[in-house]
Design a protein around this ligand. Structure first.
Ligand SMILES: Nc1ncnc2c1ncn2[C@@H]1O[C@H](COP(=O)(O)OP(=O)(O)OP(=O)(O)O)[C@@H](O)[C@H]1O
Ligand SMILES: [Mg+2]
Length: 278
């Protein structure tokens, strides 16, 4: 038994907003991708799975419009923006939930804003009990990056990436699988540079060096794009949790990553010789 009290190590899967939405079109979901991913998740039959999805063109667009991440300025219009950002996430979440349930996955959506409060943007309090009980029963907790309350800022944005790392560490995850719209982590942003190299394997040491090269913000990502993602995942990698970044827009990649099969992507491990977890 782990300190978390779970008998099996869960897998934490992040479905990137870049996969499940069209990031350049406000409030536009990619239903084809969502349904295919639900099918892959169903087929993988992972005994204990937590699914977290990102905001894509639902969360980020609205969060940016109302500067939610910067905190509450005391204006009623911004407060309305906070609730609208959360609503946009619920809308996207419900599409993911519907697809999962249609594939007979016992997914249970829980709003992060209902059980997490942050302090200056970092998760400060979280109630783990409902998640643990769901996992024990074999249900799949479904969470997302959300507009949440913050002790210092009033409210802020909690990225799906921070949530993924935090849950993985708490529950002693077997692995983290992160789906994005590129083949993995490259030496530079493939959207801006001709043909950067795909980093197939990476240790924490190399990742720290690479971080400076990885692009910071992305026009429609309030949580720092790839640089933010890597920074958030680091604590989980430091705990020895193998983390795989794969292309979720390509069929079967997430399936293979979930199963621990060989797959195109970036495998990040704490040390060179770290044994593969199956
Ligand atoms: N070195 C890099 N390797 C791979 N992708 C990179 C790199 N640098 C920047 N990127 C960009 O990061 C993007 C993925 O991060 P982004 O935050 O936009 O998506 P996401 O996390 O899936 O979405 P969300 O935050 O909504 O969940 C890719 O679309 C890619 O263009
Ligand atoms: Mg992101």
């Amino acid at each position: 038994m782990k300190a978390s009290g779970l008998s099996i190590k869960p897998t934490v899967l992040k479905l990137g907003g870049s996969v499940i939405t069209h990031k350049d079109k406000p409030l536009t979901a990619n239903l084809t991708a969502i349904r295919r991913l639900a099918e892959e998740i169903a087929e993988a039959k992972i005994p204990q799975l937590i699914v977290v999805h990102g905001g894509g063109s639902f969360g980020h667009t609205m969060a940016k419009e109302y500067a939610i991440k910067e905190g509450f300025r005391g204006e009623a219009s911004q407060l309305l923006g906070f609730t609208k950002t959360h609503q946009a996430m619920i809308t996207l979440n419900n599409l993911v939930l519907e697809a999962l349930i249609q594939h007979n996955i016992s997914a249970m959506a829980i709003a992060p804003s209902s059980f997490i409060v942050s302090k200056s943007g970092r998760i400060a309090t979280m109630r783990y009990e409902p998640l643990k009980r769901l996992l024990d029963m074999g249900a799949v907790p479904l969470l997302y990056g959300d507009a949440i309350l913050d002790f210092d800022k009033g409210f802020t944005i909690l990225s799906g990436d921070q949530l993924v790392a935090s849950l993985a560490v708490h529950f002693g995850a077997k692995r983290i699988v992160v789906g994005i719209d590129e083949d993995g982590l490259f030496t530079a942003d493939p959207k801006e540079h001709g043909r950067p190299d795909l980093i197939r394997k990476c240790t924490l040491r190399r990742l720290r060096k690479l971080r400076r090269q990885i692009k910071g913000t992305n026009a429609c990502d309030v949580t720092g794009g790839m640089q933010g993602k890597i920074a958030e995942l680091m604590p989980a990698i430091e705990e020895g949790i193998p983390t795989l970044i794969v292309n979720g827009t390509i069929s079967r990649r997430i399936y293979k990553a979930l199963k621990g099969e060989k797959v195109t992507g970036t495998l990040i491990q704490k040390n060179e010789g770290a044994k593969r977890h199956h």
